[in-house]
Design a protein around this ligand. Structure first.
Ligand code: APR
Length: 235
């Protein structure tokens, strides 16, 4: 097995499924019960900020109770035991990678425990409720806080650094994402075209089939630890 120098792992909602968190597009997924246009678009937030705050406040309480599963812990083990630059680029707004003790985490879709002031740009870190009456601790203006979640149509976060990571990695793992939301769905193509080996971990084939060298089907809580055991043992 080659010795990799720069590993990028893209994670999606599927890596948190075995921690009891709903994914987005499964039969009882988040988007089945709350239309995307109401809770994940700028227009939806402008139309009814109180409803959007309430949705993320409720989701926050669920996410804060969740615990990392063996898939998250396997990534932490990889970072601790494999001598390479290992970066986690996550679409997830939960903090399970942090709870698992991982580092070098890039939340490209934002984080549930953050809100951003639309007046001064200050980030408020909190697992408490945020709503239309929350006062910004920095500029003291009330009612200008927005969940620090990237809504559809908004720019992703950390993209300059993530683009550099994708263009310089020699191993790209995609774990638990349906590969239907861009630009994250194109990350495997950038990595592949820049020479990385690409491996997909999912329950089933996704629409990104073409760009993956390998597909490892099954629950990430089992397949990822086994893959990482092998990577560490045979380095
Ligand atoms: N192990 C591995 N894969 C799993 C598991 C599991 N235990 N459970 C589910 N999956 C897979 C599903 O097969 C699916 O392909 O995880 C994927 C989850 O897909 P989505 O629900 O579409 O979630 P995700 O890909 O993270 O969505 C991307 O879309 O709506 C936006 O911002 C939202 O970040 C999200 C983005």
């Amino acid at each position: 097995m080659p010795q990799y120098q720069n590993i990028v792992i893209l994670t999606g909602a599927g890596i948190s499924a075995e921690s009891g968190l709903a994914t987005f597009r499964s039969s009882n997924g988040l988007w089945n019960n709350h239309p995307v246009e109401d809770v994940a678009t700028v227009e939806g937030f402008q139309r009814n900020p109180a409803y959007v705050h309430a949705f993320y406040n409720e989701l926050k309480q669920e996410l804060v109770k969740a615990q990392p599963n063996p898939a998250h812990l396997a990534l932490t083990r990889l970072q601790n035991e494999y001598p390479a630059r290992i970066s986690i680029v996550t679409q997830n707004v939960d903090t399970l990678h942090e709870k698992a003790g991982s580092r070098n985490i890039y939340h490209i879709h934002g984080q549930i425990n953050q809100a951003v002031c639309q007046n001064c740009g200050q980030i408020l870190e909190t697992f408490g409720d945020v709503d239309t009456e929350t006062v910004c601790p920095h500029c003291q203006i009330m009612g200008m806080m927005k969940p620090n979640i990237v809504f559809f149509g908004e720019n992703l976060l950390c993209m300059d650094e993530v683009d550099r990571l994708l263009r310089t990695c020699d191993l790209f793992l995609s774990v638990g994402t349906s590969g239907v939301v861009f630009p994250a769905a194109a990350f495997v193509q950038i990595a592949k075209l820049n020479g990385a080996e690409t491996v997909e971990f999912n329950l089933e084939p996704t629409s990104n089939n073409y760009y993956f060298d390998r597909h490892i089907f099954g629950k990430a809580g089992s397949t990822l630890p086994a893959f990482i055991d092998d990577l560490i043992t045979n380095r």
